[in-house]
Design a protein around this ligand. Structure first.
Ligand code: ATP
Length: 507
């Protein structure tokens, strides 16, 4: 199995080879941090999106979905705070000419200290065996205590500086810690500057005086500005939610980790409108709900964790991330934010329109509070690929790569193979294919040996392969092979649909 450092590279190569993800504009040497999804990738992505929609909208009577435009009135982004505050601190290395996010350089430094602590603990664990008490060790070992103190000191300088937009303090911290450019080792840094992440473009013809507008950096604002339209037309009562999936755009300073950080990506967001004062209750509710959702996707518990925000975004009064253990370590997959009435109040102010809700239970009119859940579809896709990618040594000494995707998410549910290209086997296989394709995504393949065809579909994640052989002509039975176990069973053709459907029920 590839080690952690190589795993991302291996997954990128696999994703390309098997039609999951391609670099955008590859024939022109690519466009940085922009990717295209191939035939298998777009199926997997659609299956994740559909599952999110089903579990969030279809399964909740008090959540409805919408689909708003990417372009919005430019004042939306003034009101939301994005024009003034959607910035990241940027720093350049004068020698290597590489650009970095200053806060990420410091966070990576903290990660290195954490790794040192983990190494100490690992060594002690080996030394003391079953009698080892990690909690006590963390509280008493001098080297660990020094490292923890150092992390606390760095955080106590970094987060206040970030909250106050104090770029000079961030630069000082980088200098004091002696952080060098990871590429060149040089410490020759520029000043730290704020960089706004929104892309802008122009709407209207220039002759008429075109207006500058932004490509939305989040889907949430489309929901806020439609909140009253939706509430009035659906007659929803608080608490209720509005969900949407769609593209978002951010001119990320550093975008090097495949589809983890893209400049064009897709979000799946839900804003839950609630009575002021109940936000903590709903915040905890959605925190648990969303963690359970990730577990229902087949992600093991130990690869997920909560991470409370040290620096709150300009709109939030409580925020937590659900992190997944990507090949490059635990990183944010989804955010759950208590946004108070920040957005709706701001839109009231900037638009001059009332965005209040009349609560017939309390006889009051108020601007609702909002708890949101916001997940990146592409990051979820990468989490699914990372979790599913498996290299396996087989009993005969050979190796296979398989994508252990939960069957419901696999691009194809069934592959149908005639054993040979002659003697009526392709016609029989086509007949089976035609009877299944209305219900399931199916793939027909007659090229190469059966073994090679099996391997190809293991690598894509197809849960069932059906082989039509000479016996099929005689008695209408086929072999059905299950991906993970490689077990083959002889079943009659009329049983196939039932077997596949049964397996798809289980996530
Ligand atoms: P990060 O700290 O990683 O930049 P963020 O906190 O800015 O992320 P949010 O604004 O909370 O992210 O966005 C919600 C979700 O959208 C994130 O949890 C993530 O899954 C996804 N997301 C954000 N930025 C990107 C990006 N550049 N590429 C892919 N997905 C993204």
């Amino acid at each position: 199995m590839a080690n952690q450092a190589d795993l991302l590279k291996t997954i990128i190569a696999h994703a390309k080879e098997y039609g999951f993800v391609f670099q955008s504009s590859e024939i022109y040497d690519g466009l940085s941090a922009v990717y295209d999804y191939g035939p298998n990738g777009s199926e997997l992505k659609k299956n994740i999106r559909n599952y999110w929609w089903k579990t969030m909208v279809q399964m909740h009577e008090n959540i409805v979905g919408i689909d708003t435009a990417i372009f919005m009135h430019p004042t939306v982004w003034k009101a939301s705070g994005h024009v003034d505050a959607f910035n990241d601190p940027m720093i350049d290395n004068k020698d290597s000419k590489k650009r970095y996010r200053a806060d990420v350089l410091i966070e990576d430094y903290i990660t290195k200290i954490e790794a040192k602590i983990n190494r100490e603990i690992f060594k002690a664990q080996k030394r003391f065996g079953t009698t080892f008490d990690e909690k006590q060790y963390r509280q008493t070992n001098q080297r660990v205590l020094t490292s923890i103190k150092k992390i606390d000191e760095i955080k106590a300088r970094l987060y206040p500086a970030m909250n106050k937009n104090n770029m000079a303090a961030i630069k000082h911290l980088i200098e004091d810690l002696g952080i060098a450019d990871p590429v060149s080792g040089s410490k020759n840094w520029t000043e730290v500057r704020q960089f706004n992440l929104m892309f802008s473009t122009r709407i209207g013809s220039t002759a008429d005086g075109a207006t500058e507008i932004y490509l939305r950096p989040e889907t949430a604002q489309g929901i806020f500005i439609n909140y009253l339209n939706v509430q009035k037309t659906t007659r929803m009562k608080i608490p209720f939610g509005i969900a949407q999936t769609g593209k978002a755009f951010r001119n990320e300073i550093v975008a090097r980790q495949f589809i983890f950080r893209m400049r064009e990506f897709e979000q799946m967001e839900m804003q839950f409108f609630i009575r002021p004062g109940t936000e903590m209750e709903w915040y905890h509710y959605w925190k648990e709900e969303r963690m359970n959702w990730h577990l229902s996707m087949g992600i093991p518990k130990e690869k997920l964790r909560f991470h409370d925000h040290d620096k709150l975004a300009h709109y939030a009064n409580a925020a937590v991330d659900i992190e997944f253990e990507f090949p490059m370590g635990f990183k944010e997959l989804e955010g759950i934010h208590s946004r108070t009435d920040f957005d709706l109040s701001a839109h009231e102010k900037f638009s001059g329109r009332k965005l209040r809700y009349f609560d017939s239970e309390t006889n009051e009119s108020y601007v609702p509070y909002v708890v949101e859940t916001s997940i990146g579809l592409d990051r979820m896709f990468l989490a699914m690929l990372t979790n599913a990618y498996t290299e396996e040594k087989l009993n005969d000494g050979s190796e296979r790569v398989l994508m252990k995707l939960p069957p419901q998410f696999a691009p194809y549910k069934v592959a149908v193979f005639p054993l040979t290209k002659k003697d009526g086997l392709p016609e029989k296989a086509r007949g089976i294919m035609n009877s299944l394709k209305n219900s399931f995504m199916c793939f027909y393949e007659e090229k190469d040996t059966i073994g090679k065809r099996y391997r190809r579909h293991d690598a894509i994640g197809t849960p069932y392969c059906i082989t039509v052989d000479y016996q099929t002509i005689e008695d209408d039975t086929v072999t059905i092979r299950e991906r993970n176990s490689m077990q083959q069973e002889r079943v009659s053709i009329d049983k196939i649909a039932g077997i596949v459907a049964e397996r798809l029920k289980v996530v």
